[in-house]
Write a protein that binds this ligand. Structure first.
Ligand code: 5GP
Ligand code: ZN
Length: 114
């Protein structure tokens, strides 16, 4: 989508600190990190949120979860553990309307989800 921030990052119109990319997926550092390691993993195709996942596009979601272990290992957080979060909609706290998984690690994260 032309007015979507993360689509602009995919197209290279807005810079990012890239840690991984392939044909379908990008991972880059969050601009406002909430943990020592805070990455965002996104599909290159525009999906507004996890609500847009369906039988026709779920292969890219599976692929994202295939590459996350590699990304986490390279970030040095795999051994001690980390968290994967996706926010959906207004009550979920979603600010950017392009599906993304937050990868948070490098410190102990509180059990709370709220
Ligand atoms: P949400 O609340 O939608 O789940 O999270 C959006 C995330 O995108 C936030 O953690 C925010 O810091 C991050 N973010 C917003 N704008 C940019 C940007 O231009 N570049 C990068 N790398 N991250 C961004
Ligand atoms: Zn987008």
């Amino acid at each position: 989508m032309s007015d979507c921030l993360f689509c602009k990052i995919v197209k290279g119109e807005i810079p990012c600190s890239l840690v991984y990319q392939d044909d379908a997926v990008m991972a880059f550092k969050d601009i406002n990190p909430l943990a020592p390691t805070h990455l965002l993993v996104i599909p290159k195709q525009h999906l507004a949120s996890a609500l847009d996942i369906n039988a026709h596009n779920s292969a890219v979601i599976a692929h994202m979860f295939e590459v996350i272990p590699q990304i986490a290992k390279e970030a040095g957080i795999a051994e001690k553990g980390f968290r994967i979060v996706t926010n959906i909609g207004k009550d979920g706290g979603q600010i950017v309307q392009h599906l993304h998984f937050h990868i948070l690690g490098g410190r102990h994260l509180e059990p709370s989800l709220g």
